[in-house]
Write a protein that binds this ligand. Structure first.
Ligand SMILES: Cc1cc2nc3c(=O)[nH]c(=O)nc-3n(C[C@H](O)[C@H](O)[C@H](O)COP(=O)(O)OP(=O)(O)OC[C@H]3O[C@@H](n4cnc5c(N)ncnc54)[C@H](O)[C@@H]3O)c2cc1C
Length: 393
């Protein structure tokens, strides 16, 4: 059943017909080819990798990337259109997997990679032939990125990598990992980023973690045992990796806000449609004023959340991700927190059916729980927002 949006006409003023067209094209693909399989892929814990090829054919795997390697060289507004369209897959695991590929593991390659690195890693990714993962978190550290222990030691023309990563999305099937390693002293000044091909001898995929949500994609432990990669796979400057990871986080957090906003829109839309059909005490449950008011509040907060996210997008389009840090953190904090409340109320509104897997809200309720954790927790967002405020920014 096609249901009108709860926020019709809520679109960035910067959008042109091109943005709307991109959103519609990706949305149509997501609704027709992905959404029908959402339950099955969630249960299976995987989805077909041909999805990456399909998205490459739609031209969306390199939206902001260098045109020399097949990217489109467009700005963040096109990413907004693409993520909003893709969210109609209604499968947070699949969406996260694809966004790791396009917006979490790879923008830093586009930004600071050499032409050879872009040709070897980005070009096939944009064609849907290679998939990427981002390897930062370790068993001993997540929020505290400066504490990572996986080492890369120089030997001849190579780096020799030893250590372990955990929680790595796409870890089981990625062709390469944008990997944070320790190349120097303890602390944030001794970290580097390298491009790590997963066919490197000594690399093994460990446990596939059994997760509460986002089940259609794996999150894995990765083990590195004397893995040799050439030094030309170093991204940017040695020991500047912490700065690169923080810069790269801005895009990761922005797309988290976008998926949170779209998830809320779809959940509210579904709930309102459900409430018009479901009757209690002789009338549709959507007629009870308590729910009308609840949804009115959520729809208002959703518009506010989107407006904040779009402010962050404008700042990112300014070309300096660092300058967008505070707005991006605010947007992630606000949208991901609101998504918890919206999912809770939409599930409650479905009564017992909200607890049943065939209703999207049951899965959504589990999936949204990741939002204030992954890519920087809500507490870390607050730390950043306060720090930037104290700096007068
Ligand atoms: C499904 C899933 C997918 C993921 N995918 C990836 C991936 O692809 N690549 C990757 O590198 N990582 C990935 N992660 C890891 C994710 O980024 C981390 O889980 C997250 O950054 C938090 O780190 P942590 O789990 O180690 O928690 P911790 O850092 O141990 O934090 C535990 C608690 O302490 C709080 N805390 C920490 N520091 C402070 C502070 N300064 N002030 C107040 N409170 C604080 C946190 O907010 C949190 O509540 C994924 C995680 C999950 C669950």
């Amino acid at each position: 059943m096609s249901v009108p949006s709860v926020v019709p006409g809520s679109q960035p003023t910067a959008w042109t017909d091109e943005h709307r067209q991109l959103r519609e094209t990706v949305k149509r693909y997501a609704e027709e080819q992905l959404a029908p399989h959402r339950h099955e892929w969630d249960k299976a814990g995987e989805f077909p990798k041909s999805v990456f090829k399909d998205l490459a054919d739609l031209g969306v795997l390199g939206i902001r990337f260098d045109e020399k390697v097949g990217g489109l060289g467009l700005d963040w507004w096109y990413t907004v259109a693409y993520v909003e369209g893709l969210s109609h897959a209604r499968n947070a695991g699949l969406v996260m997997s694809v966004l790791v590929d396009t917006d979490m593991a790879t923008p830093i390659i586009d930004e600071i990679g050499t032409p050879e690195q872009k040709e070897e890693f980005l070009a096939p990714l944009i064609r849907g032939e290679k998939v990427a993962a981002l390897g930062v978190s370790e068993p001993g550290c997540g929020s505290d990125v400066a504490a990572i222990r996986t080492t890369a030691k120089k030997d001849g023309g190579d780096y020799v990598i030893n250590g372990q990563k955990t929680f790595i999305t796409n870890g089981a099937f990625a062709d390469f990992v944008t990997l944070a390693v320790r190349t120097g002293d303890e602390g944030h000044g001794g970290i580097s980023l390298v491009l790590f091909p997963t066919n490197t001898p000594g690399f093994t995929v460990g446990r596939k973690l059994d997760k509460l949500g986002t089940r259609a994609v794996d999150s894995c432990e990765l083990h590195f045992d004397n893995c040799r990669i050439p030094q030309r796979y170093l991204l940017g400057q040695e020991n500047a990796g912490f700065y690169y990871v923080m810069t790269n986080f801005q895009g990761e957090r922005l797309v988290a806000s976008l998926t949170a906003n779209m998830g809320m829109e779809l959940s509210l839309q579904d709930a309102i449609a459900y409430g018009k059909e479901r009757k209690a005490f002789g009338r549709p449950i959507s007629n009870f004023q308590v729910w009308k008011h609840k949804f009115a509040e959520h729809i208002t907060a959703l518009e506010a959340s989107r407006a904040l996210t779009w402010l962050a997008v404008e700042r990112l389009n300014g070309g300096n991700p660092q300058a967008a840090t505070k707005l991006v953190s605010q947007s992630k904090l606000f949208a991901c927190d609101l998504a918890q409340k919206v999912a809770y109320d939409c599930l409650q509104f479905h009564g017992g059916y909200g607890f049943i897997e065939e209703y999207d809200i049951a899965r959504q309720f589990r999936d949204v729980r990741l939002l204030p954790i992954g890519g920087g927790t809500a507490e870390v967002m607050k730390e950043i927002i306060w720090k930037w405020t104290e700096m007068g920014l």
